[in-house]
Write a protein that binds this ligand. Structure first.
Ligand code: PLP
Length: 447
């Protein structure tokens, strides 16, 4: 009964918003006019008052199979009753191993080892440490330098922020890690505008890595980390041939290539991973979000066997890689991930994005001529609409669009003056029309 549900949800609305210091949120603005979510199912959220909101962003790029999927809900509930926690250090539980075997069956060939974390940020730290430790383990301990990219987002821990390329996330927190350098980003609206899929121009930007090698020498460089498609800074696509070129330069100089697939993993581009989509396999790959369909925190690093094997030396009773988290391979997360993989397989979701990419692309590109639209771009089931900033008020125009879409019943995400879209992979054409249609109306109304 919708009325009863709305009543129940309404009862959950908090009386006081004061104590909760919210993450990546304009806390003061939020608390003046809170936007609360109380329930979710399939493609939708409901507010405590029972208002329905279409989820245009899969929660936060993570609920790929849609909300409240029965196999995932059941797996979590049953696991909570059976065994709440098991220590992950020098102990194990069956589902952690079962999940690892299932995961490596769907990851790109060669990425055969899984290390569990609890978030994307932790996956990134883990991958960076693996890269440095790998070189040391095989006797090249001078390779400690890490190369990131401008406008990259790799979570919020010190390693991730250091290789990340977002000034707003970096400037507050001191000198960060030493021994880090950055490639230029690939976003170039002068040459690539309103592009459907990957842009034509910019593969040569990968040659920045050669310049960095010439400056620091390859013998000091451990790894390069990039998002195959940069999500958080506004859906920046790799130019045609760019990732291949990066791979080739890494190979030439013995540098490990890390793909951060926290957003692109688990079907977002219409292939299981971006590595599959682009036909470029990294040495290490970080994931999170979609691994449990967002239901229980979990991240992971996939490593090629040669990296894992380099650590497997010394006395057998000693720990080979001094790293891990209390909640690595948490039983609830493993159960949730197993339920998630089953759900993805049942519905063919790891490739469904390929079928829905075209209607999604058409709907977004229909917004090209609207007021203040600088660019529309898309790949798989990720899209972005970049707006012209209001002079002197960066990020205000997009934030206003976000607020008005929310008021009209569609959840979108904004980053700077870019609207980012990443609907659950169960999205239907009618949802796509509602998302794009609402954005179009709001852009016209706010012109
Ligand atoms: N890496 C990428 C590419 C991401 O998009 C994100 C989050 O959006 C992260 C890392 C951080 O993940 P988490 O927020 O789970 O720590």
């Amino acid at each position: 009964d919708p009325a009863l549900l709305a009543q129940a949800a309404g009862a959950a609305a908090p009386a006081d918003l004061d104590a909760y210091w919210m993450p990546f949120t304009a806390n003061r603005q939020f608390k003046q006019a809170p936007r609360l979510l109380a329930r979710a199912d399939g493609m939708h959220y409901w507010t405590p008052e029972g208002r329905q909101v279409l989820d245009g962003v899969a929660g936060l790029w993570c609920v790929n199979a849609g909300h409240a999927r029965p196999k995932i809900v059941r797996a979590i509930a049953e696991q909570a009753a059976e065994m709440d926690f098991a220590p992950p250090f020098n102990m194990g539980h069956p589902k952690a191993f079962e999940l690892a075997e299932k995961l490596v069956q769907i990851t790109p060939a060669g990425l055969d080892k899984v290390f569990y974390t609890n978030s994307g940020s932790e996956a990134v730290e883990t991958a960076l440490k693996m890269a440095i430790g790998y070189h040391r383990a095989r006797g090249e301990g001078t390779r400690t330098r890490l190369i990131g990219r401008e406008r990259g987002y790799h979570g919020v821990n010190f390693g991730g922020v250091s290789v990340g390329g977002i000034a707003g996330n970096r400037k507050t927190f001191g000198p960060l890690l030493g021994g880090v350098d950055h490639l230029r980003h690939t976003h170039d609206l002068a040459r690539n505008r309103h592009v459907r899929g990957v842009p034509e121009h910019g593969a040569e930007l990968a040659d920045d890595l050669e310049r960095i090698v010439a400056l620091h020498d390859a013998s000091t460089i451990a790894a390069v980390i990039v998002e195959p498609v940069a999500g958080s800074t506004g859906v920046l696509l790799p130019p045609k041939g760019y990732l291949e070129r990066l791979r080739a330069i890494c190979d030439k100089h013995g540098i490990l290539l890390i793909f951060d697939e926290v957003i692109t993993g688990f079907g977002r581009l219409g292939a299981p991973f971006a590595a599959d989509y682009f036909g470029v396999t990294p040495d290490l790959m970080t994931v999170a979000k979609g691994i449990t369909n967002g239901s229980v925190p979990m991240g992971a690093v996939f490593a090629k066997s040669f990296i894992h094997d380099a650590f497997m030396n010394g006395p057998e009773h000693l720990i080979e890689f001094p790293h891990g988290y209390t909640y690595s391979a948490h039983p609830l997360a493993c159960a949730a991930a197993l339920g998630t993989l089953e759900t993805y397989a049942d519905d063919g979701l790891l490739t469904r994005g390929a079928d829905m990419a075209r209607p999604f692309e058409d709907a977004l590109h229909a917004l090209e001529g609207l007021p203040h639209v600088l660019d529309v771009r898309n790949i798989g089931l990720v899209g972005a609409i970049e707006l012209e900033p209001i002079p002197g008020q960066p990020a205000k125009r997009a934030f206003d669009v976000f607020l008005e879409c929310w008021r009209r019943g569609v959840l979108v995400r904004v980053t700077g003056d870019i609207i980012a879209l990443s609907p659950p992979l169960i999205v239907e054409t009618s949802h796509i029309e509602q998302i794009a249609g609402t954005i179009g109306e709001v852009l016209k109304a706010q012109a």
